[in-house]
Design a protein. Structure first.
Length: 582
């Protein structure tokens, strides 16, 4: 059980093995898999749509999404739901008013056939974090007949596993999206397939994303906003950038749209100089340089980059930030730091500021995925004593914890550097055995449902008891513990900080963390062979407070400065040592 629990706690879990389906004989195949009518294209042209048509398509998208995960006939695989969309779109576009639209949609539902209903299960209110959002049913101008049909489908007799989705298992209840053809042959999908991409992603978030309510814009408004954008996408790159912007709307640091797709590689650039940067006060600052210059000047640590190939950094950021999916702005900048210096050229002209003096240089560039930074490897092994303070780096420590703890137990303070992903993954729980006097609750998790899509309930207290940190002991370490965090602290690292900070006499210092807490499910694929994962298991403080997007709030805020970077100092570590030496 412990092993499975820690698999859940990894928070970067991407399922692949259970996503595969058995290859039945042709006779046993679901009807959906035999429908090949639109494999060569949707035959839809959606140019010059009126505002009413856009509105009706948005309503259709919500109903199509609802039926995909709720109607028993769709769940059984009786219909290729992608192709049913292509069949119904022309009928919806042809209507002249809401009444005609409602008749078309009502007849569509009737055509799916009868189904059995069940008395809804009674779930205690205290167990529910979020209920499904059906506001659109009463605000879209639907007829009473259509609303009644939808309400009946809500209580349909559905199996846990449907043709298009299942949960991985009870221990790790992330959604597995099945039978979603990626349509890889369409590098630039036609109008109908581009609309399908929007509807597919929207529906997966609507019913299986625990943090749907935390988006900057109401998720229900996204369809109407993005329909014109997807329809107007003029080529492969525009389509994929529009999809990337859609993914970014969920504000989830776990979500990235196929970053290694060739179109994205070309857009961001396939080359890069041997430079590393971080953002300080929204400006890119060199933290490491082993560049080969073409000229006389060389970049140094602490240089503030102003322009790249004569384009101001602010302009480059404005162009590219909309495609960065991140839970908060510091994490957007973290992702931007990995892409800002990409180019398709072998040379890069850079202007920079050093000690308030401007200068320029030209750098040699290399294929970004084979760039050799020639950066010296870290010399420490994840543990050292600094001025009678025990310092742990969980990303480098490996399995040495038990062997070094006798030294750490004698130190006047302990620093845990969680600006990394912990390895081994149970580091926090292992060191917690030395730090606590009793087991402590660290969080509450929520899980989605395939029986009631859109419902998120708290996992049981019995289940969460397995995630507690600490054991009962009186000879625990009693000194102060300080945990270092920044935007690199993400996912399991954030959960580890949550767990460790339940200990009295523990401080968290640094800056806002990535705000991406929860387990990642299988990607939802989109036409064109692209796709994105996202967070699917919600993580909250024991009292129900949010962690997503917010991250871990430091007790003391400390951020790097340009001066500190120039001098090669770790200002967070220095602050922690100074606090322990008071």
């Amino acid at each position: 059980m412990k092993t499975k629990l820690l698999t859940l706690l990894l928070l970067l879990f991407v399922v692949t093995n259970k996503a595969q389906t058995v290859n039945p004989t042709e006779k046993e195949k679901p009807k959906a898999s035999l429908d090949k009518e639109f494999t060569a294209g949707s035959n839809l042209s959606l140019k010059n749509l009126t505002p009413m048509q856009i509105t009706n398509l948005a309503v259709l998208g919500k109903l199509w999404s609802f039926l995909k995960y709720h109607h028993p006939a769709v769940a059984k695989g009786n219909y290729n739901w992608d192709f049913e969309l292509f069949r119904i779109i022309p009928k919806v576009l042809a209507v002249k008013n809401d009444a005609e639209r409602n008749v078309v949609l009502s007849n569509w539902i009737n055509g799916l056939g009868p189904f059995k209903t069940l008395t809804p299960k009674v779930i205690p209110a205290a167990a529910i974090k979020y209920k499904p959002n059906f506001d659109w049913v009463t605000t879209s101008g639907l007829s009473k007949k259509l609303i009644d049909q939808i309400n009946q489908i809500k209580i349909a007799d559905r199996t846990e596993e449907s043709y298009y989705v299942k949960l991985y298992d009870a221990e790790t209840p992330v959604a597995i999206f099945k039978n979603e053809d990626p349509y890889r042959s369409f590098k630039y999908p036609d109008d109908g397939y581009r609309v399908l991409a929007l509807f597919r992603f929207w529906s997966s978030i609507e019913y299986f994303a625990p943090y749907r309510n935390l988006t900057d814009k109401p998720w229900g408004n996204i369809l109407k906003e993005y329909l014109p954008k997807f329809i107007a996408a003029k080529d492969e790159l525009t389509y994929k950038l529009t999809a990337a912007a859609l993914v970014a709307e969920i504000s989830d640091s776990h979500a990235d749209l196929s970053p290694f797709d060739n179109a994205f590689r070309t857009f961001y650039g396939t080359m890069a100089p041997n430079i590393e940067i971080v953002f300080v006060n929204n400006e890119p600052v060199v933290t490491y340089s082993n560049d080969e210059i073409v000229g006389t000047n060389s970049l140094k640590r602490g240089d503030v980059i102003q322009t790249i190939n004569t384009v101001p950094v602010a302009q480059l950021m404005k162009e590219k930030l909309p495609y960065m999916s991140a839970s908060n702005y510091p994490t957007k900048l973290r992702k931007m730091a990995q892409l800002l210096l990409r180019t398709n050229d072998t040379l890069m002209k850079v202007s920079y500021l050093r000690n308030n003096q401007s200068a320029t240089t030209t750098l040699k560039c290399y294929p970004f995925n084979r760039t050799n930074y020639k950066k010296p490897a870290a010399t420490d092994t994840g543990f050292k004593i600094i001025n009678d303070v025990a310092y742990f780096h969980p990303g480098r420590l490996g399995k040495r914890l038990n062997s070094v703890m006798p030294l750490a137990m004698k130190a006047k303070g302990i620093i845990i550097d969680m600006r990394t992903y912990p390895k081994p993954t149970d580091f926090a729980w292992d060191i917690g055995k030395y730090l606590f006097t009793k087991p402590m609750d660290i969080a509450r998790y929520t899980q989605g449902s395939t029986e009631t899509p859109g419902l998120f309930t708290y996992m049981s207290y019995e289940y969460m008891a397995q995630a507690r940190i600490g054991i009962a002991r009186t000879d625990n370490y009693k000194g102060q513990v300080i945990i270092l965090v920044n935007e690199e602290t993400q996912s399991l690292a954030e959960l580890s900080v949550m767990a460790l900070s339940t200990r009295p006499n523990t401080l968290v210092i640094g800056s806002q963390t990535a705000g991406a807490d929860g387990s990642v499910g299988m990607p939802i694929t989109l036409p064109g062979g692209i796709g994105s994962s996202y967070t699917q298991i919600g993580v909250y403080y024991p009292d129900g407070r949010e962690t997503q997007r917010i991250g871990i709030i430091p007790n003391i805020v400390v951020k790097p400065t340009v001066k500190g970077i120039q001098e090669g100092r770790d200002e967070l570590l220095e602050k922690a040592i100074s606090l322990l030496n008071k």
